[in-house]
Write a protein that binds this ligand. Structure first.
Ligand SMILES: *[C@@H]1O[C@H](CO)[C@@H](O)[C@H](O)[C@H]1NC(C)=O
Ligand SMILES: *[C@@H]1O[C@H](CO)[C@@H](O)[C@H](O)[C@H]1NC(C)=O
Length: 302
């Protein structure tokens, strides 16, 4: 890419960034749980948790949104603060983090999120707070979120059975909800119906709709995802790479693309970033959902 892509310093003076810093704290706290007790990594788990605590303090004390010239501005940062405090409690078991998470929940996270994706963490915070406390209020919020996506509720479905939240990357929004539904199912909330629904949605993406939406997997997978590192090589760059009719020279194996329109139609076109983009929020939730389905299957609970 030869356009300018300036980063901005989040230093509490020129700019604050409770959204990006809070989300990073949440990620590091979650990772510290994954590495806890893994002996070949020594005290890496503690390193992650210490960094997460420092970042959370900074995000909380210097409140504001990161703003890169208007790109990807979070609508609010309160949800990322709540989400990170909840993850810090999950990782550290230190009760002040739970107190803070519940305070932040009351202030910022009570409403039903439009979706669980890069800009809104409400459903994730509600889910995690339910897992951490078992309180009925969080349980209700989780059920209220997931139920809205099920057939016969207010969201439209495509003829082949995908719940359709938005034309821009619909599979990502659905995957965000299947992830919440599967964690809810694993936590004992409507286990059978949430599992069955999430499985149907993930299987649509994997091929039940007649094609695969995952690069390198299944029948007729996408060949031209809108993704720079996958589209370019040392001889093919810039606009010729964008416009090339060929398959991407580097195969981005396992990547979920944006997905079809509301009529299940899809064009494997690199220039169409609405349907063929690949992004972290699409894939984190999708791959978590696939892992959750495997987890249920291995336990014989399918
Ligand atoms: C960042 O937060 C600090 C502490 O609340 C505040 O003094 C400062 O004005 C904020 N900076 C910006 C750019 O909003
Ligand atoms: C780059 O990709 C194009 C299109 O797939 C291919 O024709 C070309 O040989 C590749 N160049 C290198 C150096 O691999």
């Amino acid at each position: 890419m030869d356009m300018e892509r300036p980063p901005y310093l989040v230093d509490g003076v020129s700019m604050n960034g409770s959204d990006v810093v809070g989300e990073t704290a949440a990620a590091l706290a979650a990772a510290s749980i994954a590495f806890d007790g893994v002996s070949e990594y020594g005290d890496y788990s503690t390193t992650l948790l210490d960094a997460a605590k420092e970042l959370f303090d900074f995000a909380y004390n210097y409140q504001g949104n990161y703003d890169a010239d208007g790109y990807y501005v979070s609508s609010t940062y309160g949800d990322e603060l709540c989400w990170s405090a909840a993850w810090l409690y999950a990782a550290s078991h230190e009760s002040p983090y739970l107190t803070k998470a519940e305070e932040l929940y009351e202030l910022h996270c009570k409403s039903r999120g439009w979706a669980f994706a890069w800009g809104n963490k409400n459903a994730g915070a509600q889910m995690l707070l339910y897992q951490l406390t078992g309180k009925y209020d969080y349980e209700k919020k989780v059920n209220n979120f997931v139920t809205k996506w099920m057939p016969g509720e207010s969201l439209p479905y495509t003829p082949l059975g995908l719940v359709f939240r938005d034309i821009w990357g619909p599979l990502r929004y659905t995957a965000g909800t299947t992830m919440i539904a599967l964690i809810a199912a694993d936590s004992g909330l409507h286990t059978e119906s949430y599992l069955e629904w999430a499985k149907g949605q993930i299987h649509y993406m994997l091929g039940d709709c007649g094609r695969s939406y995952v690069v390198g997997f299944g029948h007729n997978p996408p060949l031209r995802p809108h993704h720079r590192a996958s589209s370019c090589n040392s001889t093919l760059t810039g606009s010729p790479a964008l416009r090339s009719p060929d398959a991407n020279p580097h195969k981005l194996i396992g990547a979920l693309v944006g997905g079809p329109n509301i009529d299940d139609e899809y064009d494997d076109n690199r220039q169409d970033y609405v349907s063929n983009e690949v992004a972290c929020d699409y894939n984190a939730a999708f791959q978590t959902s696939v892992a959750a389905l495997l987890h249920f299957e291995l336990q014989g609970r399918k």
